[in-house]
Ligand binder design. Sequence first.
Ligand code: R5P
Length: 266
Amino acid sequence: MRNRLARIFKHGDNRTVMLAVDHGYFQGPTTKLENPKRTIEPLLPYADSIMLTRGVLRNCVDASNDIPIVLRVSGGVSILKQDLSNEDITTSIEEALRLNASALALSIFVGEEHEHRTLVNLARLVDEAERYGVPVLAVTAVGREMARDARYLALACRIAAELGARIVKTYYCENFDRVVDSCPVPLVIAGGKKVPEYEALKLTYNAIKNGAAGVDMGRNIWQSDHPVAMIRAVRAIVHDNATADDAWQLFNELKTNENREVLINQ
Ligand code: R5P
């Protein structure tokens, strides 16, 4: 267990840049993730771990790559249905071990129609995974009607930790330090819908400043026109204590160099 967690939090600062590319499990070919291999490959050198389903892992990530795998093991829904909380466990523990997962990820939907099932699924998954020393990351999924405020997110994160999650993924919100303070395990934040790069960097900075252990970020990285520059800028905040302005400057420098290289190669 400690070794697997150390692979995810591997820089000795107890922080991590987790690259989330699991969106297809209910969204299908999401914008800029239509061809996962093409999106993922250039980003891998800058991610501490990658969060994805077994299908994308098998087909789009070379097995020789040593990146720690955070395997999404819940699903069973699509964006075509209203009841997104109707998830179940979709991958067995044996399969996860065979795929050499460093952690398993499952969504819980607190306050949603299928709250009970997703919470019991989390507890069952924790029971199975702990037997083999595999940490479980709980994704505090927020339904369409739920507010993303500190009161609600603290409730969802605390329940996830109480049920045995070793890492919790949530959203940044005002008074985020209250969410961190009441959750006894590391919190990583999702980026959410794509926003301008500077805003996403500010969000990352504020989350880290208020106690997040890192990011589990997807769209704000790979939906950027400069995904490599973006993940490197996010990384600078998480691991090098860069401010949002430092990271923004880095992003622009890397973007300019990238554009120059494209021109030279034309
Ligand atoms: C839900 O689709 C997934 O768990 C994502 O991995 C999560 O929402 C993080 O990705 P993003 O930063 O795009 O919100």
